[in-house]
Structure formats: C-alpha cells, structure tokens
Design a protein around this ligand. Structure first.
Ligand SMILES: Nc1ncnc2c1ncn2[C@@H]1O[C@H](COP(=O)(O)OP(=O)(O)OP(=O)(O)O)[C@@H](O)[C@H]1O
Ligand SMILES: O=P(O)(O)OC[C@H]1O[C@H](OP(=O)(O)OP(=O)(O)O)[C@H](O)[C@@H]1O
Length: 216
C-alpha cells in the first residue's frame, strides 16, 4: 500500500495556484477545501494530507520531517537556508526580488535598507561592496522609504502596481522567483516512490503549460 504524503501547503497567494496545479496533475483534491479554515486536511483519495502553514514556515515543517514535502517560494528558500531537497520548479506565483527606492535616490555614507529578507539582502550588498544597515520588517515594506526609515528596500515586484501607487522605482532586479516543491531528506528516501510519482505528474503539467505558452 502507498504511504500517505504529508504536504506543507502555504496559506495565502500560492495556495490556490498550488491546489489547481495538483488537480491538473490528476489528484482528486475537492474544491471545497480551498476555503476551509481547517489546518490539517486528510485527502485519502489523493494519498495525501495537506498541512496549511504560513508560507515562511513551510521549510521548517519539511526540515523537521513533520511534512514530507512542501511548496514554497524561492525567496523564502533563499532566506531561510533550510536543509531540504529542492525537487521541482513549479513555475507558479512568479514575481521578482528587486532593490527599490525613491526616484531621486543618491548613495549616502549611511545607507539603510529595509526588507523581509535580511539574509538575502545582506549577502547581495556585501557582494556589491556596499556597506548598508539592513532593517528587518514583516510587511508593507514600501512604507520604509516613504516615511524615512530606509533609503531603499529589497522586496517582491509582481505587477509593479504597489511601486507605482507609492511613487517608487525598481532600481535593480535581483532574482526571478517562482514556487518550488521541496522534500525532507529522509522522506525522500523512505517515500521515494510516492514523491517521484507526484514529481512526474507535476512535471508533465508544467511542461504542457510551457508548450502551450510557446504556441501562443
Ligand atoms: N506580489 C507578490 N508579492 C509577494 N510575494 C509574492 C508575490 N507574488 C508571488 N509571491 C510569492 O508568494 C509567496 C507567499 O506570499 P504571501 O503574500 O502569500 O505570504 P507572506 O508574504 O508570507 O504573507 P503573510 O505574512 O500575509 O502570510 C512569496 O514568498 C513569493 O514567493
Ligand atoms: O508588484 P505588485 O503586484 O504590486 O506586488 C508586490 C507587492 O506584493 C507584496 O506585498 P503583499 O501583498 O504580500 O503585502 P505585505 O508584504 O505588505 O504583507 C510585496 O511585498 C509588494 O508589496
């Protein structure tokens, strides 16, 4: 009998895209779970159990093995640096991580950068040879340059709407970001057949999507 796969799913903007991808891969995931407040959702027909987690916590659940696999943005993976396998680029929740500032920004001796991603930002500015003080915030990052907390920010840009509405400009695009399928190292060995089968199914859907986009 196949083992049940415990899947750490991120609540928020990735969730519906991820559950839609699973359905496209032929997994029987009922539609009514998309709006539930339940946090542990048994899905015996799909051979899975969803664990609904805050996105930033997904790699932690997977690293500790309380989830076998998980779905998480590359931004979180880069920032959290957890000991997990990255199995697949799912190509969903696409955006980019960028350095952003006011249009009249000029380098100053004392520079401050606000971000949700202090590790990624610190490494980037170190590599650039720029001495900056990095300030960690948890949301509404665009506020920081507007009210003088920081000169620049490192944050996500998707449509560019938030920047536009707040009079900010994207100065440098650092990384393209998409969601990834990750696995616990022990689960990857112990439940290899189930994980590999899921990867194959998802891969087919992703490749079909790419082929369709190229035709358009
Ligand atoms: N416009 C966007 N802004 C931020 N992240 C985005 C965007 N589009 C896609 N993403 C991806 O979605 C992931 C989850 O974002 P989401 O806003 O749901 O969670 P969060 O940032 O942890 O917010 P919250 O603190 O409200 O839970 C990000 O880690 C990133 O990979
Ligand atoms: O380019 P856009 O399409 O405007 O998207 C980018 C915005 O979306 C995210 O914020 P989010 O909605 O997650 O809010 P928060 O960071 O304040 O929690 C991100 O931090 C940007 O502010």
């Amino acid at each position: 009998m196949a083992d049940i796969l415990k899947v750490a799913m991120p609540k928020g903007r990735i969730y519906k895209k991820a559950s839609a991808l699973f359905r496209s891969a032929g997994l029987p995931i009922p539609m009514d779970i998309d709006d539930t407040r339940k946090l542990v959702i048994p899905l015996p027909e799909a051979g899975m159990e969803f664990i609904l987690a805050k996105p930033v916590d997904v790699p932690t659940y997977v690293e500790y093995g309380v989830a076998d696999i998980g779905i998480v943005g590359k931004d979180v993976l880069m920032e959290e640096n957890k000991d997990v396998y990255e199995l697949l680029d799912l190509g969903i929740a696409r955006c980019r991580m960028s350095v952003i500032g006011l249009p009249d920004w000029t380098p100053d001796i004392q520079q401050r950068v606000a971000t949700k991603y202090p590790n990624v930002a610190s490494q980037y500015f170190r590599e650039q040879g720029q001495q900056v003080e990095v300030v960690k915030l948890n949301g509404s990052i665009e506020l920081a340059p507007l009210i003088g907390l920081a000169d620049r920010i490192v944050d996500m840009v998707e449509t560019g709407q938030t920047l536009k509405e707040n009079g900010l400009v994207e100065m440098t695009s650092l990384f393209e970001i998409t969601s990834r399928l990750i696995a616990n190292r022990v689960s990857y060995r112990m439940k290899n057949r189930e994980i590999q089968e899921l990867c194959d199914r998802l891969q087919q859907v992703i490749l079909a999507g790419e082929a369709n986009r190229q035709k358009m």
